[in-house]
Write a protein that binds this ligand. Structure first.
Ligand SMILES: [Zn+2]
Length: 387
């Protein structure tokens, strides 16, 4: 989804990135605000003024979304969770928190602070609207739109539907009360499915009524929420089947490694294609320090493959891309779902023991079923809590 991105600026140490799909949303917003919304709420302005108001409204909304995501990112960092970029895309924004919160308390606060920021912004824009008053109708109109938009943003995100903020708050509360993350995820993901379906139906009704852009957008966002909810449920169900399984039970033990002084051309020609591997680990003097996946290769144009070295495109390992051989399969699965390359390196110190992908999980579960082996039941884990 994040194919082409542009770095915008860095604030409080967080990089803000725009995905190309965001320009569709920005364009649609400016056109709708300038041609329909503002002429309705602030009449008797010239069309030039409406365009300026449209741009100001879209820019203000963009800033509001950045601040909402910034509040999540900042709170996550306070709880020592690794945070990546803040990306703006067609459905709004997302702060890439590379690790799931380890406690209900962390999940609660990280999720809550986004809507809190939006409510604060709504109050601020409302005050600005009152301040600018009837003397400056254009400015007042833009501020009233931004107060309304931030209120809607807070309300929408507070829907008790995982993975929206409200769903995460609900999950953290159930998790806190019951100590059972799996059950909490199942309940809040059910909320996500219902809310996703509701948005899809609303979008379809809008389409029937001739609102093509708005209807399509609602439809897509509904599908997006429903898909994320079903993925969360999938992880929870997999966790049931994987109880007691450790990473070294199912990892791929013959990982492909390459040296950093290889060219990208030879990497693709001699390793990626013949071995049909999407994920290679870069090692030097038997020390594993990073990896290369499709995303890293795509960053270099094919014409430059012969003069670019593996070292230059190696992605250094982070907490979210490595896992210990003794970690639970559930922990590995959660990390896998959160990272974009869909592989983890299994490391002991800096020594590479293997790799794990979703395919390894599938193979493991399938094999146990085909051999008619019972599910592994753990003595090392209590039944109601996985950590
Ligand atoms: Zn949020």
């Amino acid at each position: 989804m994040f194919a082409a991105r542009f770095n915008l600026f860095t604030l409080l140490g967080f990089r803000v990135v725009i995905d190309v799909t965001w320009f569709f949303l920005a364009f649609y917003l400016v056109v709708t605000l300038a041609s329909r919304y503002f002429p309705g709420v602030v009449p008797h302005q010239n069309s030039y003024m409406y365009v300026v108001m449209g741009i100001a409204g879209a820019a203000g909304l963009f800033l509001s979304i950045v601040l909402h995501e910034m509040a999540h990112a900042y709170t996550a960092r306070r709880f020592d969770l690794p945070v990546g970029d803040i990306t703006l895309f067609i459905f709004g924004g997302v702060a890439e928190i590379r690790q799931e919160p380890q406690t209900p308390r962390a999940e609660f606060w990280v999720a809550l602070m986004g809507p809190v920021a939006s409510v604060g912004l709504a109050a601020l824009f409302y005050a600005l609207m009152v301040e600018s008053g009837p003397a400056h109708p254009a400015a007042s109109g833009v501020f009233s739109f931004l107060a309304l938009a931030n209120t809607m943003l807070a309300l929408f995100n507070l829907a008790p539907a995982f993975p929206l903020d409200g769903g995460r708050i609900l999950r953290s509360l159930i998790w806190w009360r019951t100590g059972n993350l799996r059950r909490a995820t199942r309940i809040s993901a059910a909320g996500g499915s219902v809310f996703g379906a509701f948005l899809v139906v609303t979008g379809l009704l809008q389409l029937v009524n001739g609102n093509m852009m708005g209807g399509t957008w609602l439809l897509l966002i509904g599908l997006f929420v429903a898909a994320a909810a079903s993925q969360a449920r999938g992880i929870t169900n997999a966790a049931e089947n994987l109880r007691g399984v450790r990473v070294d039970d199912l990892m791929e033990r013959n990982p492909v490694t390459v040296a950093p002084d290889l060219t990208v051309e030879r990497l693709v020609r001699d390793t990626i294609y013949p071995q049909n591997r999407k994920f290679v680990v870069v090692t030097e003097a038997s020390r594993a320090f990073g990896f290369i996946g499709p995303e890293q290769i795509r960053r270099v144009p094919e014409s430059q493959w012969s003069e670019t070295y593996v070292r230059a495109i190696t992605e250094p390992f982070t907490f979210g891309t490595v896992v210990s051989p003794t970690a639970t399969a559930f922990e590995a699965l959660r990390k896998l779902q959160a990272n974009s390359c869909r592989h983890l390196a299994v490391l002991e110190g800096t020594t590479l023991l293997g790799t794990v992908s979703e395919t390894d999980f599938l193979n493991y579960v399938t094999l146990r079923e085909e051999l008619a082996l019972p599910k592994k039941v753990a003595a090392r884990e209590p039944a109601t809590s996985e950590r």
